[in-house]
Design a protein around this ligand. Structure first.
Ligand SMILES: Cc1ncc(COP(=O)(O)O)c(C=O)c1O
Length: 400
C-alpha cells in the first residue's frame, strides 16, 4: 500500500491541517474511503514478501498483510493523530479502555509494581487494584495533591506511573512536570489518560510522558455514536506497545476509524466552543454558595495554577461538590435539568448530567468529600450557553 496520493503535509496551523489533510486525489473524494478487509489481496507471492519486508523496515508505514493489522482507513487516522500528539506513533484501539489496558500490558509484568493516581477512571482502578493483582502485579495509589505519596512508594519493582489528569469526577490537577522528573530520576515508565483535554489543549508526549491515552469515544468523534481509543507513544516504548498490540489484537475497525477521522475535522471548532460555553456556565456556577465548582475557573487555587501551567485550554466537563443532608434533593436537582441528558460518556455535542455514587468513584483513598457532600458531573455541550444557564437556574430551587 502506498499513500502517495494522500496528503499528510503539515500546514501552518493544526486547525488548517485538520481541514486539508487526508484528501484522496486518487479516488477524487475529500475524505478517504472506508477500506474493509480481512484478507488483504496481493498480485503474487513476491508482492506479499515485499510488503512484509517493507513492514519490518518501516513498522509505522502502513504496510499490512492481514486485516487485523489495519487497513489504509486506520492508518490515515493514526497519521493524523501522530501529528496532533507530536508523538512517535499512535496506536488505535476499539475503545478508550482498550488503550488503557494496552498501555499497562505493554510494560508491566508479573512481580512488578505500579503507582496509580488515586482519582483514576473507576474501571482503570478496578483493572489495576483488583484484576492485575491476580497476575501478581501490585498497585499503590498516590494522592494527586501530595506527590510524596508517589515518591515514597517507589521501589525497585516499580515499572509504571499511571496518571489521569484531571482526576476522574473530582477534577484534581496535578504537577505533571514534577511527576515526569520523579519518573525519569527513577527510570520508571509513565502513562497518562489525557481524555479530558485531548492533545489539542495539552501534549503529554512533548512534556515527557512515554504513553498518552485518549478515549476517542469522547471529543475526537464528538457525536456520541462511536467508540474508540488512541495510545500515543514515544520511540522508547514503541516496540513494546507494538508487540503487545499484535498479541492482543486490540485494533480499531475501519468504520469506526472513518467516523473518528471525520469527527477530527472539527475537533478544534467543537472544543473551542465547549471551552467558551463551559467558561460561561462556570462563571454562573462559581457565584453560587450552595456548591463548590470543580473546574479551572477561579484563579486562586492550586488546581487552577496546575491547569494554567500545562494546558492551553479546558474542555466541557466539570463537577460540582454539593453539601446536602438529603441525597434526594441532589437527585431532584439533576432530574429537573431539562437540557441535560442522563447517561454515561461525554465529549459529544450535547450536555449531560450525572449524580456520582460509589459506582463511579470506586473506593478511593484520597477522595476529599466531607460528610453529606456529593458529586455531580456536568458535560457542557454546544447548545446556547444562556439556555443551559437558565436551565440550571430553574433546577437549583431543588437544592436544599
Ligand atoms: C477519562 C476516561 N478514560 C477512559 C475512558 C474509557 O473510554 P471508552 O468508554 O471509550 O472505553 C473513559 C470513559 O468514560 C474516561 O472517562
Amino acid at each position: 500500500m502506498s499513500f502517495k496520493h494522500i496528503n499528510f503535509f503539515m500546514t501552518k496551523s493544526f486547525k488548517t491541517f485538520l481541514k486539508h489533510t487526508a484528501k484522496d486525489f486518487h479516488n477524487q473524494s475529500v475524505n478517504p474511503p472506508v477500506v474493509r478487509a480481512s484478507t488483504i489481496i496481493f498480485k503474487s507471492m513476491q508482492h506479499i514478501r515485499k510488503t512484509q519486508a517493507k513492514a519490518q523496515k518501516n513498522p509505522t508505514g502502513g504496510y499490512y498483510d492481514y486485516g487485523r493489522q489495519g487497513t489504509s482507513t486506520s492508518h490515515i487516522l493514526q497519521k493524523i493523530l501522530t501529528k496532533l500528539e507530536e508523538s512517535y506513533h499512535v496506536f488505535t484501539t476499539p475503545t478508550g479502555f482498550g488503550s488503557v489496558f494496552l498501555a499497562i500490558f505493554s510494560v508491566v509484568r508479573p512481580g512488578d509494581e505500579m503507582i496509580v493516581a488515586d482519582p483514576v477512571y473507576s474501571p482503570t482502578r478496578a483493572l489495576t487494584q483488583d484484576y492485575l493483582k491476580e497476575f501478581k502485579i501490585k498497585t499503590v495509589f498516590y494522592n494527586p495533591h501530595d506527590l510524596k505519596t508517589l515518591e515514597n512508594n517507589i521501589t525497585k519493582k516499580t515499572k509504571l506511573i499511571f496518571v489521569e489528569n484531571p482526576g476522574s469526577n473530582s477534577f484534581e490537577f496535578q504537577d505533571l512536570g514534577k511527576i515526569i522528573s520523579i519518573a525519569k530520576k527513577n527510570k520508571i515508565y509513565t502513562a497518562i489518560d489525557n481524555t479530558w483535554a485531548t492533545p489539542y489543549y495539552f501534549k503529554p508526549i512533548k512534556l515527557g510522558f512515554d504513553m498518552s491515552i485518549v478515549s476517542a469515544t469522547k471529543y475526537y468523534s464528538g457525536h456520541s455514536d462511536v467508540m474508540g481509543g488512541s495510545l500515543a507513544v514515544n520511540k522508547k516504548v514503541f516496540n513494546k506497545v507494538r508487540a503487545a498490540e499484535r498479541i492482543t489484537g486490540l485494533r480499531l475497525g475501519p468504520d469506526d476509524a472513518y467516523l473518528i477521522t471525520r469527527g477530527l475535522r472539527t475537533l478544534d471548532v467543537r472544543l473551542d466552543r465547549h471551552r467558551e460555553n463551559a467558561k460561561k456556565v462556570a462563571g454562573f456556577l462559581s457565584k453560587n454558595k450552595k456548591f463548590k465548582l470543580l473546574y479551572p475557573y477561579k484563579k486562586d487555587s492550586f488546581n487552577f495554577r496546575m491547569w494554567k501551567k500545562y494546558y492551553s485550554g479546558a474542555s466541557g466537563l466539570m463537577g460540582l461538590k454539593i453539601k446536602a443532608k438529603n441525597v434526594n434533593s441532589i437527585r431532584k436537582f439533576v432530574n429537573s435539568l431539562k437540557l441535560f441528558g442522563y447517561g454515561y460518556s461525554w465529549g459529544g455535542f450535547e450536555s449531560l448530567a450525572l449524580h456520582q455514587e460509589f459506582r463511579e468513584t470506586g473506593n478511593r483513598k484520597y477522595l476529599n468529600l466531607a460528610k453529606d457532600e456529593h458529586l455531580v458531573r456536568l458535560h457542557i455541550g454546544l447548545e446556547d450557553p444562556n439556555d443551559l444557564i437558565a436551565d440550571i437556574k430553574q433546577a437549583l430551587r431543588h437544592l436544599k
